[in-house]
Design a protein around this ligand. Structure first.
Ligand SMILES: Cc1ncc(C[n+]2csc(CCOP(=O)(O)OP(=O)(O)O)c2C)c(N)n1
Ligand SMILES: [Mg+2]
Length: 339
């Protein structure tokens, strides 16, 4: 878990540097090697590592617009993910998706810039697993700012009524862009949403990877054993702005300072030291993570840019063999076929 967390943190520190290249002095969002928005998840690593430790490649994970820590913990190919973020041809989606639309079918990972969008597909994956008699599970990550979205609430209902193997994980970082959570909902915490749908809801109120691991052990185990869904909420901390370039004028300085002090990585290091892991082993894990990140970034920057003509490819699904547009086809009755 520590290795994933350190990889995610260092990865984002490096992306931050790469992202800023060429964007100054007036912040030009389209300039530099990483054009477009970039939402960093530094301070949220425990929520990814603690849950994804329990998952296999066959399990599905959906994440929102702040996805890197979760993608890393789910085992998404770091080189192709980085190439995607840099908009290169060999990226996971040929450079067309960017950092908010990473998709890796090898480990069943997807994310989206649309808030709570990942909940219905996770429920679909869980329904598919149940119908096929497989013991795989699905996990949908969302921010606390998404807990009133219809897609999330309808997903809770369907998951509960069909007893589906899905775990919803709310990452509560206190903010939805500039909106503090207590201005948009009256519930004390997001896990309370579970009550209205008759499924277990649990909150881990500190961003401690071990505490998350224990809560997720129960939730994922419950799903895998065919005992239905769980809603988990984890308190995390947004160490940075909502996205790169966010001046955070709305945020009290003390809040930002507190977020930096409550560092799940420092906490994990103390946990490891208390468990008798020596400093050199911790350093080794850290070095290995850094090397992996540098290698991925170097590889990605060497990859070719997509051909502009490729923009028209993969936009529509190729129709199945034998399919003809409705306007040209005769009816099923005339052909005797079943369409
Ligand atoms: C359906 C939808 N509405 C609005 C937005 C614009 N938007 C992007 S991020 C965001 C806030 C999300 O807050 P939260 O869910 O707490 O996630 P966090 O950014 O804190 O990780 C909003 C409203 C969106 N992407 N999708
Ligand atoms: Mg939030």
């Amino acid at each position: 878990m520590y290795e994933w967390m350190v990889t995610a943190r260092y990865y984002e520190e490096r992306l931050q540097e790469e992202y800023l290249e060429g964007k100054q002095p007036a912040f030009d969002i389209s300039a530099g090697p990483i054009p477009g928005e970039l939402h960093l998840a530094a301070g949220q690593e425990a929520a990814a590592a603690g849950v994804c430790s329990h998952l296999r490649d066959a399990d599905t994970v959906t994440a929102p617009h702040r996805p890197h820590h979760v993608a890393i913990a789910k085992g998404v190919d770091l080189k192709r993910m980085t190439a995607e973020i840099f908009g290169r041809q060999t990226g996971l989606s040929k450079g067309k998706g960017g950092h908010m639309h990473l998709f890796d079918p090898d480990v069943n990972f997807a994310c989206s810039g649309i808030i709570a969008e990942g909940c219905p597909p996770a429920v679909g994956a869980a329904l598919a697993a149940k119908k096929r008699g497989e013991d795989s599970v699905a996990v949908a990550y969302l921010g606390e700012g998404a807990i009133s979205q219809g897609g999330f609430l309808e997903s809770l209902n369907l998951a509960s009524v069909h007893d589906l193997p899905v775990v919803f994980v709310i990452e509560d970082n206190d903010w939805a862009i500039s909106m503090p959570k207590d201005r948009v909902t009256d519930v004390e915490n997001g896990a309370q949403r579970a009550g209205g749908f008759d499924l277990p809801g649990r909150r881990v109120d500190r961003d401690d990877a071990v505490a998350v691991y224990e809560a997720a052990d129960e939730a994922v185990g419950r799903a895998r054993d065919g005992n239905g869904p769980t809603l988990l909420e984890v308190q995390v901390h947004r160490r940075m702005g909502h996205f790169m370039g966010d001046a955070q004028g709305y945020r009290p300085e003390a809040d930002e300072e507190q977020a930096k002090q409550r560092d799940s990585i420092a906490r994990m290091e103390t946990t490891l030291e208390n468990a008798g892991i020596d400093e050199s082993t911790i350093e080794e894990l850290r070095d290995r993570s850094h090397d992996r990140v540098e290698e991925a970034i170097e590889w990605a920057k060497d990859q070719p840019e997509p051909d502009p003509d490729d923009a028209y490819e993969d936009v529509f699904v190729d129709p199945p063999a034998g399919w003809t547009p409705a306007s040209e086809s005769t009816t099923a009755e005339q052909t005797g076929g079943d369409d």
